[in-house]
Design a protein around this ligand. Structure first.
Ligand code: IPM
Ligand code: MG
Length: 356
């Protein structure tokens, strides 16, 4: 069956890195019998420019019809003055919520060639391979009440951390399942010493763990988890955590691997439909310069092939091609050491496609 992919290039460096992802899709179609067709739609600032809203109904409808969605990045300083509901980020949060993409998988893998690009000592990050499972459609990102209101004659900003038992249970199950396929160790991260939402989180995770006796469960408070990630990151196999904590910890994990330009992610719903995006943003300062690293975007294609399109064989090929390009010495400027030759977005994309 022909796979239907929706492509959302978005803003900033988004269109440039997406062009390289499409180059990879083309190479798979031309050389490896990949049966797929793809179409494009607008999201984020690009959609605001065209239609006034960050998530047009047509985009959401196309996403619902697709087997998988590839998204690059949204946002830019041009949109800073817009009301919250029309900001580009609302497009991203809106599509995550509307498609029910509650399970966000963010693997952090250190490629041996990039050990020196990490800000940690090479021996601390050598062979690093961890997975953050971030809850993506709940918590303080979406909790009510929220807003800016007047209390006692001054403005107060309000957000609410809310998690229901069922929301915690399903993300815990996703994380236990993921741990089963890896090192069988799961660390749940919360702030149980302060937040009620975390007390419930921990209780439900412990309850779910009874169904996974083969997975070793541990717990860390989020402040300690942040410290452990930069002290001894190799102690982790799978981490499961809330939306906000996962946002923060996954940026730390990205830097461990040398560059945020290397980390892909998969966001899955209960039907196995997925949205695939790099964890980095739209990097407005790099937009249009042709220097951005397209590898997180290309590795997101690999995750899409593996999780939504059930083509693990092609995913392996893409990941090997990325390793091949790194082994051949290609470096975009975010992962280059002083003195190393730097290639642009397009050269990196062409190299990976050429190795397929
Ligand atoms: C991410 C990003 C988004 C988030 C932003 C752009 C809204 O930081 O995917 O990690 O906070 O989820
Ligand atoms: Mg983030």
């Amino acid at each position: 069956m022909t796979a239907k992919i929706l492509i959302l290039p978005g803003d900033g460096i988004g269109p440039e890195i997406m062009e390289q992802a499409e180059r990879v899709l083309e190479a798979l179609r031309a050389r490896h019998g990949f049966d797929a067709r793809w179409s494009h739609a607008l999201i984020g600032g690009a959609a605001v420019d065209a239609s006034g809203e960050p998530l047009p109904a047509a985009t959401l409808e196309a996403a619902r019809q697709a087997d998988a969605v590839l998204l690059a990045a949204v946002g830019g300083p041009k949109y800073d003055g817009l009301p919250r509901e029309r900001r580009p980020e609302r497009g991203l949060l809106g599509i995550r919520k509307a498609l029910g993409l509650f399970a966000n998988l963010r693997p952090a893998i250190l490629y041996p060639e990039l050990a020196s690009a990490s800000s940690l000592k090479p021996e601390l990050v050598e062979n690093l391979d961890l997975l953050i499972v971030r809850e993506l459609t709940g918590g303080i990102y979406f909790g009510q009440p929220r807003g800016i209101e007047i209390r006692d004659g001054e403005r107060v900003g309000v957000n609410t951390e809310v998690y229901s038992e069922s929301e915690i249970e399903r993300i815990a199950r996703s994380a236990f399942e993921a741990a089963r396929l890896r090192g069988k160790r799961l660390c749940s991260v919360d702030k149980e010493n302060v937040l009620e939402a975390s007390v419930l989180w921990r209780e439900v995770v412990v309850r779910v763990s009874k169904d996974y006796p083969d997975v070793q469960l541990s717990h860390l408070l989020v402040d300690n988890a942040a410290m452990q990630l930069v002290r001894a990151p190799k102690q982790f196999d799978v981490i499961v955590t809330s939306n906000l904590f996962g946002d923060i910890l996954s940026d730390i994990a990205a830097q461990l691997t040398g560059s945020i330009g290397m980390l892909p992610s998969a966001s899955l719903n209960e039907r196995g439909q997925g949205l695939y995006e790099p964890i980095h943003g739209s990097a407005p300062d790099l937009a249009g310069l042709g220097v951005a690293n397209p590898l997180a975007m290309i590795l997101s294609v690999a995750m899409m092939l593996r999780y939504s399109l059930k083509r693990g064989d092609l995913a392996d090929r893409v990941e090997s091609a990325v390793k091949g390009a790194l082994a051949a010495g290609l470096r975009t400027r975010d992962i280059a050491r002083p003195g190393e030759k730097v290639v642009g977005t397009r050269e990196m994309g062409e190299a990976v496609a050429g190795l397929l």
